[in-house]
Design a protein around this ligand. Structure first.
Ligand code: UDP
Length: 375
């Protein structure tokens, strides 16, 4: 089978450090290829993932464009998607397109007339009501959790082929790091991920907390400072930048609560794998939660608010704790040592490996092609 996997023009695959969708694809593609699938990757030219072919418009990731007004973002996304459409038309060897590019992806591909398309929904599907409410019916879709689909507009929910949980290559691997004392929040710094709540709890309890992740694409304190000092910088006043400065900043005392910016590769795995617990005080219905399955795979108990996919990924009392309020979250933070890291690792090795995810996608590829043949 020949599958064109489209991530869009935002970041290379694998991404350097932060990158949600690109990480998912970097995890999925090797497992598909091990199962005999030929993969053409549509991404940016600087992607280093081993694939059978790489097609691109842009050489470097266009992530910075995402911070601009929506009409400019659309220009970049359309240029990329037009390339994908041209590529699919030009060649007759693509059996299926596995699309991950939000909004523009399905819109362009639905006008193509074939081959079959499976679009993976990565977001909170209430985000673009007009778009997701009137999704092109010629395109098959899947979610990344049951809860994400439950909250989706009715038409999309009934059309979805199912949910495929996210995975990590860390699942089933040997432990990476010696346990340490710190707690960690791994993710984009923004209100949705709730870093300020973790900071408030840890400061109150006197527990060391490390916040890792970029702020609107800015990965270091120097980059963030430059934006904060320059009123003409396009990111000055960006909601995530303001969130970091106003809601998280007051807790950053350089001692108990620290922000370390983006962490990558081995450093990320060591920082994450040595944590006493990973905190997810999420303020939205987290759709997929790659960082949650990564924590479990590394043997790190997860403590989070019971929102979105968290209840599907975490077994309350066995692999972590799920709380309904900030007060309860604080109580569970004090009980992380009751969770056995080996239970976390075993759960991830059973449910969240690249192989498990690839097998599920192969089933959905078959279902997509069947549906397409039937018209
Ligand atoms: N991540 C990373 N370095 C960072 C922060 C995050 O490598 O400093 C990775 C994290 O390990 C995960 C991904 O970025 O693989 C975030 O994906 P997730 O699904 O957790 O969040 P979202 O897609 O909502 O940003």
């Amino acid at each position: 089978m020949n599958v064109l996997v489209n991530t869009g023009p935002w970041l290379p695959v694998p991404p350097p450090g932060y990158g949600g969708i690109e990480n998912v694809v970097a995890t999925l593609v090797p497992a598909l290829r091990e199962r005999g699938v030929r993969v053409v990757l549509a991404s940016v030219g600087s992607s280093t993932l081993e694939v059978d072919e790489l097609v691109s418009v842009y050489d470097a990731g266009q992530f910075a464009e995402l911070q601009k007004p929506y009409n400019q973002v659309m220009g970049v996304a359309h240029a990329h998607q037009a390339m994908v459409a041209r590529e699919v038309r030009r060649r007759d060897d693509v059996d299926l397109v596995h699309d991950h590019l939000e909004v523009v992806g399905p819109a362009v591909l639905s006008a193509l007339g074939g081959p079959p398309v499976l679009h993976t929904l990565h977001w909170d599907l209430r985000k673009h009501p007009a778009f997701y409410g009137a999704f092109p019916s010629s395109i098959a879709v899947n979610g990344v959790s049951e809860s994400q689909l439950r909250l989706a507009p009715a038409a999309l929910r009934s059309a979805a082929l199912g949910a495929v949980h996210l995975a990590t290559p860390l699942a089933g691997a040997a432990p990476r790091a010696e346990p340490g004392e710190h707690l960690v929040v791994m993710g984009r710094v923004c209100r949705l991920k709730g870093q300020h709540i973790a900071a408030r709890i840890c400061q109150k309890l006197g527990l060391p907390l490390v916040l890792a992740g970029p702020v609107s694409g800015l990965g270091t304190a120097a980059e963030l400072d430059a934006v904060a000092q320059d009123p003409y910088h396009p990111l000055h006043g960006h909601p995530d930048v303001r969130y970091h400065l106003e809601a998280v900043g007051p807790y950053l005392d350089g001692d108990l609560v620290r922000w370390v910016g983006t962490v990558e590769g081995r450093l990320r795995d060591e920082l994450y794998g040595s944590a006493r617990a990973a905190l997810f005080p999420v303020q939205w219905d987290e759709p997929g939660g790659t960082a949650v399955v990564e924590a479990l795979a590394l043997g790190v108990p997860v403590v989070g608010l019971r929102r979105g996919c968290l209840a599907e990924l975490i077994d309350h009392g066995r692999t972590g704790w799920l709380a309904d309020t900030e007060e309860e979250l604080a109580e569970y933070v004090l009980r992380v040592d009751e969770i056995d890291p080996e239970e976390c690792r075993a759960e991830a090795a059973r449910r969240f490996t690249p192989g498990v995810m690839a097998e599920r996608y192969l089933e959905l590829y078959e279902a997509t092609m069947r549906r397409w043949r039937l018209g």
